[in-house]
Design a binder for this molecule. Structure first.
Ligand code: AIR
Length: 204
């Protein structure tokens, strides 16, 4: 069996198992190439900041909620893997997918959304030139998308979706926003109180 064939077989086998929701990855983060990792790293950064764990072994669940998984899936080099991932995601316990792709043919988010429907997919155009390709979906085939490179926001949106039915996660999301507010407050205070020249020289 090929390497890709083995991943597909694993996904399909996992979809057949009856795992409780707290033992499966809640968010699936997928990207077209490992060359997208720098711009997709914001997704894991946001999820880590919210206390999500990265589940690297489907058969070895993490303690506590929530978790995510990460895969490279190319719409054009491995269309069969894309199809298998999208088709099995819900049965594998994934509740929302964050999908990023770059270049002008950034088709992973939109085709995944069509196959995984009605599972929500949040598309990340990895490059500016990928935006049209990601967001241009026909009526009846929805895809939520963020601006180019905004994988951090995509993951936050995924967490917001999960939080609809979980007050504890809502609180974690609110706390993260409060940390950002405090960051702005700190920098504003420092800029004002030290003055522009001193602030810039301290920061530079
Ligand atoms: N890509 C990969 N398979 C299909 C597409 N559209 C995208 C990747 C990446 C770009 O092509 O998402 O942004 C270049 O990939 P690579 O692997 O050549 O660096």
């Amino acid at each position: 069996m090929t390497v890709v064939g083995a991943v597909i077989a694993d996904l399909r086998a996992q979809a057949e198992t009856e795992c409780p929701p707290d033992e499966t990855p809640d968010v699936g983060v997928i990207m077209g190439s490992d060359s997208d990792l720098d711009r997709m790293a914001g997704a894991s950064e946001a999820l880590d900041a919210l206390g999500f764990g990265e589940q690297t072994d489907y058969d070895d669940p993490l303690e506590g909620r929530y978790s995510y998984e990460t895969w490279v899936i190319s719409a054009h080099r491995t269309p069969d893997l894309m199809y298998a991932y999208a088709e099995t995601a819900a049965d594998r316990g994934v509740d929302v997918i964050v999908a990023g792709a770059g270049g002008k043919s950034a088709d992973l988010p939109n085709v995944t959304a069509s196959v995984a429907y009605p599972l929500p997919v949040i598309g990340v155009p990895v490059h500016e030139k990928s935006v049209d390709s990601v967001i241009g979906m026909p009526t009846g085939a929805p895809l939520v998308a963020v601006d180019a490179g905004k994988s951090y926001n995509a993951a936050l949106s995924a967490a917001q979706m999960l939080a609809v039915s979980d007050p504890n996660l809502r609180e974690r999301i609110a706390n993260l926003r409060d940390e950002r507010r405090a960051d702005v407050g700190r920098v504003s205070r420092a800029l004002h109180d030290r003055g522009v020249a001193a602030f810039r020289s301290d920061d530079g």
